[in-house]
Design a protein around this ligand. Structure first.
Ligand SMILES: NC(=O)c1ccc[n+]([C@@H]2O[C@H](COP(=O)([O-])OP(=O)(O)OC[C@H]3O[C@@H](n4cnc5c(N)ncnc54)[C@H](O)[C@@H]3O)[C@@H](O)[C@H]2O)c1
Length: 445
């Protein structure tokens, strides 16, 4: 099929690459000329595992190409994915729908033959109905609109786009359903992803509800961490023990500094606002609590760092390991790691940030922070190491505790992601602090 992907950011670029991998002819439209040029050179404008490989495979053959020209895409493709941003409004009152309305309004008059527009961006309930009126007013050919929210996890964007666990299609015509079945045929034929065909409002709510539930799980276990901090109980054992019940599960139950990134914070905020507007008071109260708990984690993490240091940080040199909001991506949007680094930068004598992939993006956002090119450089002479993003280089390398103990001034680790095995670090002479747990003291030295 000939498809376009309009908006080639963290969602759109992996989606375009995955569509090419599935056998479609793909044109990606990206407004930002710099991003477009990088993508057309066959690499990603940001780090996402596996993205560069697919771009390098499909751009040189012409199966996948990128342009800033929407008219070229309208002319080329029969199905148009919309993957532009839906950031939170500056007043916090729901999404800023400017990008999405702009994309649909610009595309509509260019569609001269029957086409399907498939929205993948996250929107609140009611948006699709509004976009439908724009299309009806401005498109010349018969245009079907489908809402097909995306559930991919950053850091696994390619894998999740090629092998999604579900495909949700909110639509109103059989022609639209036919187009969705055709474009996702290579996935549906495998039989491992459920296709949920529903109405647009259900698709909109389903996506918001999914993200709100993920955020709730994270805030729930972080609230349990707070209880453990007061009672002396161990939250990691609590999380493990309750997660054995398959109705609860272990996924998303790791205590830590809370959720961040380009999706959950703004999606929960927008949903909270929308359910409030709609008068769903129970949902509003629940989601407000989820957000409040999440916000409180930054203070909890900072307090833990001070506790680990044994007092005010004024003279401390701190190494912060990680800047991206999670491992596997260079995305630093609403990154708890970077926010904590900022607080520490203000409080400590020196704070040095290392990240295997996200330093360029972090530097663009916060040029005033200090960054290290290598892990060794970040660790050298530090009084305190704060593990802020759970990159496997930091958490899974069994030689790191021993190797890094020789570089730091004091072997004290604050693992705000509950990501390392504290016993292993303690054996290498480290004191390890994690949220909601007693400190692990060195078992040698
Ligand atoms: N990032 C994720 O993992 C993820 C997952 C699921 C859903 N989503 C949703 O997908 C949407 C996009 O998120 P993102 O993280 O990719 O945002 P992003 O900011 O990384 O990407 C959006 C891109 O769209 C481009 N753009 C804006 N208007 C355009 C236009 N008219 N024509 C062409 N390009 C245009 C921007 O320049 C930008 O590169 C959001 O609604 C988000 O909530 C994202």
């Amino acid at each position: 099929m000939r498809v376009s992907v309009i908006g080639c950011g963290h969602l759109g670029a992996p989606h375009a690459a995955a569509m090419a991998e599935l056998g479609h002819e793909v044109i990606g439209v990206e407004l930002n000329p710099e991003t477009c040029e990088i993508l057309q050179s066959g690499r990603g404008a940001f780090y996402e595992k596996g993205l560069d490989d697919l771009l390098a495979k499909h751009v040189p053959t012409g199966r996948l190409r990128f342009t800033t020209d929407l008219a070229e895409a309208a002319d080329f493709a029969d199905l148009h994915f919309i993957a532009v941003g839906t950031p939170i409004r500056s007043d916090g009152h729901g999404y800023d729908t400017g990008q999405i309305i702009g994309a649909v309004r610009d595309l509509a008059p260019l569609l001269k033959r029957p086409a399907t527009v498939v929205g993948k961006s996250t929107v609140t309930v009611g948006t699709v109905a509004h976009l439908q009126t724009i299309l009806a007013e401005h498109a010349q050919g018969g245009v079907d609109l489908v809402w097909n929210p995306e559930f991919l996890r950053e850091g696994h964007a390619i894998e999740d786009s090629l092998r999604p666990d579900r495909i949700v299609a909110g639509l109103t015509t059989s022609a639209a359903e036919k187009a969705v079945r055709e474009v996702y045929a290579p996935i549906l034929e495998r039989g491992d992803a459920e296709l949920i065909v529903t109405d647009p409002a259900t698709a909109e709510v389903l996506k918001s509800a999914a993200n709100a539930y993920l955020a709730t799980k994270i805030s729930y276990i972080n609230a349990m961490a707070e209880i453990c901090e007061i009672t002396g109980a161990d939250v990691a054992t609590v999380a493990h023990g309750i997660g054995i019940d398959h109705r609860i599960g272990h996924a998303g139950m790791r205590p830590g500094i809370g959720y961040g990134g380009g999706c959950l914070p703004k999606d929960v905020a927008a949903f909270t606002h929308r359910v409030g507007e709609l008068g769903a008071t129970g949902a509003s109260a629940l989601l407000t609590a989820v957000e409040e708990i999440n916000h409180s984690r930054l203070d909890a993490a900072r307090a833990l760092v001070e506790h680990a240091h044994g007092g005010p940080l004024g003279t401390a040199t701190i190494a912060v390991l990680g800047a991206s909001f999670k491992a596997g991506t260079s995305d630093v949007r609403s990154s708890p790691a970077l926010r904590l680094a900022g607080l520490l930068q203000d409080a400590a004598a020196r704070t040095v940030i290392h990240d295997p992939e996200a330093v360029p993006a972090a530097r663009r956002l916060h040029p005033e922070y200090t960054y290290a090119d290598t892990l060794g450089e970040a660790l050298a002479g530090s009084d305190l190491v704060v593990l802020a993003t759970e990159w496997p280089q930091y958490t899974k390398d069994p030689s790191l505790p021993v190797a890094s103990a020789g570089l730091v001034r004091r072997p004290v680790l604050v693992d705000i992601r509950t990501a390392v095995d504290p016993a292993g670090w303690a054996r290498a002479g480290w004191t390890v602090h994690q949220l909601g747990r007693s400190a692990h003291r060195p078992t040698t030295v």
